[in-house]
Write a protein that binds this ligand. Sequence first.
Ligand SMILES: [Zn+2]
Ligand SMILES: [Zn+2]
Length: 319
Amino acid sequence: MSTQVEPDVRRVETAPQPMLAGEKSPAEMFLVKLFAVIPALALAAAVPLAWGWGLGWVDIGLAVFFYTLTCLGVTAGFHRYFTHGAFKANRALRIALAVTGSMAMQGPIIGWVADHRRHHAYADREGDPHSPWIFGTSAGALAKGFWHAHMGWMFQREQTNAARFAPDLLADADIQRVNRWFPALTAVTLLAPALIGGLATWSWWGALTAFFWAGLVRVAVLHHVTWSVNSICHMVGDRPFEARDKSANFWPLAILSMGESWHNSHHADPTCARHGVGRGQIDVSARLIWVFEKLGWATRVRWPKPERLARNRKTTSSS
Ligand SMILES: [Zn+2]
Ligand SMILES: [Zn+2]
């Protein structure tokens, strides 16, 4: 029997973390691209194969509609509003955002918010639920880290303490109710496309293909896009802002993630309602929040402030 204390495998290898991520190795670049691109290519290859018999315009329309609805529920709702308080919402908008975010099937709202607040509190340090850097910086460690940050962390048994990280949501009866509705909302998000597709084509086959493309595939694609913000956007990309972690702006995901892949900007100023703060950085979620504000449903929106941006922006020369 060894009396030695087992080392904690989740410990961060170098503490404190340096501010810069250093150079990415070719192996790291290759692995990230491999994991990110291959399943997407496989899916894209399935589209022409199924076109005309197992996939049609109704399926595409429903998939795009439910993708947009649930993605924005997560980005503008779960993330920018509930986690970071980037704006104030009236009660109807608050409940609508909680419901549409839940329909992304990324877990009940209170756990989602608690996990993400913990991520910001400990970003890329010990305690972060999904940092890709916990195993080290060798190619093998990064492959493991990528998997852990992307999906692996969800299979760990430890649970974020909601009483510590989301007491505001625990104290909200509306949110408690939506939290309990999660299984029902999961059924709705999978079956609603089937119902609409069946009615639109007046066929069981139409219901089945809509269930597959606008239900299962749509949920899976959004899962991977959201998880990519945790994995890819903490590994690869530009880092124009000072952040204590390895968050990065990864432009190829800007559209699909509806602005969330401007992740370095987000970590530099987490409560800001707009993540794509640079010129030409498309941020659909911020545009939606702008619409909510115009409609009077959202107030006290925390839009980017030039002085904050300037303060956070990296400078090469010190004054
Ligand atoms: Zn992050
Ligand atoms: Zn965040």
